[in-house]
Design a protein. Structure first.
Length: 319
């Protein structure tokens, strides 16, 4: 299986977007384009459908240090950053600090909207949910077996086919939320049965169309768990063998609207082929696969069948 090369232009140390568009035909293949907000190629991708506008602190942006960005189902643009959360309505920014005292509860690094239109924010320490009805946040506590409320970090979030939202708590495992007392509830039997994976550094989770759970790890590739049969399978990287993962550090995961599974890594993008039980690899620099240009941080489906990846880059000369 060949590696897919992504042609790019020279770019600056700004936010980078990779655009993957499905090609017509019987085989689900994709073309890819790399661009920055500043170069002309980005404008060509967007075409006449959108206008581009640059927003800075002079426009009311509270902080330029942005970790994640999301447009919710109501049309608001949300930004998660070092200083807190920001909501943009197209005219003005509203700044939020879910906790005005504890800095660990102020820095947000991941945003997620579920099918019930709830907006979740993963903080440096803790988890919050936005309450639209009163423009405030609910903070969730983690209570251990001794009934003590302890610090915790949620490293990943995903929704299964039953519309249950699940959270991976670092060093604890898989949990959902009890909305009556705003605390975490472990998935029954899961954390005990798969204790071997609890101490694994999980960076992303995603459910496929069969409701299998895929764990994307910091250094151990992918772990797949079938909730019905309890079977597990692991996928590791091997750059010398076609069809393997491109790297064992999984930075983001996505099940797109067509059911395709995508995995962004420290070295390339991967799409899982269930028929062949293998991966298709995409690179910006397919010759030097260790090039930092092949490392991505976020992945998203825009609803039109296009896949976008985002990263922050340091001055790299394109090809």
């Amino acid at each position: 299986m060949r590696a897919h090369k992504i042609k790019s232009l020279s770019y600056l140390p700004v936010l980078i977007c990779l655009f993957l568009s499905p090609l017509p035909g019987s085989e689900p293949e994709y073309s890819a384009v790399l661009s920055t907000i500043d170069d002309g190629l980005f404008s060509n991708i967007i075409g006449d459908r959108y206008s581009l506008e640059s927003l800075t602190v002079s426009d009311g942006l509270h902080d330029n240090n942005i970790n994640d960005i999301l447009q919710d189902s109501y049309g608001f643009l949300w930004l998660a950053g070092k200083a807190g959360l920001q909501k943009y309505d197209g005219y003005t920014f509203t700044f939020y600090k879910p906790d005005s005292i504890n800095p660990a509860w102020q820095e947000a690094y991941r945003l997620f909207e579920d099918s019930s239109r709830n907006l979740w924010a993963l903080m440096k320490e803790g988890l919050v949910r936005y309450q639209r009805e009163n423009d405030t946040y609910i903070k969730y506590s983690f209570v251990n077996d001794k009934k003590d409320t302890i610090p915790y970090t949620v490293t990943a979030i995903a929704e299964d086919l039953n519309a249950t939202v699940w959270f991976w708590v670092s060093g604890k495992g898989l949990f959902t939320i009890n909305h009556l007392n705003n605390t975490f509830v472990p998935k029954v039997g899961f954390n005990e049965k798969y204790e071997i994976y609890i101490d694994t550094s999980v960076k992303s989770i995603v459910f496929d169309r069969e409701n299998n759970l895929w764990l994307g790890t910091q250094a151990n590739g992918l772990i797949v768990i079938n909730p019905l049969s309890d079977d597990t399978k692991e996928y590791r990287a091997n750059i010398d063998v076609p069809g393997y993962l491109s790297h064992n550090m999984i930075t983001a995961s996505l099940c797109d609207q067509k059911g395709n599974l995508w995995f962004a890594t420290k070295r390339g993008l991967n799409r899982f082929n269930p028929d062949k039980n293998s991966f298709e690899n995409y690179y910006i620099d397919a010759i030097n696969r260790n090039n930092n240009k092949n490392s991505f941080d976020r992945i998203a489906d825009d609803g039109d069948g296009n896949i976008w990846l985002v990263k922050r880059a340091i001055a790299i000369k394109g090809i």
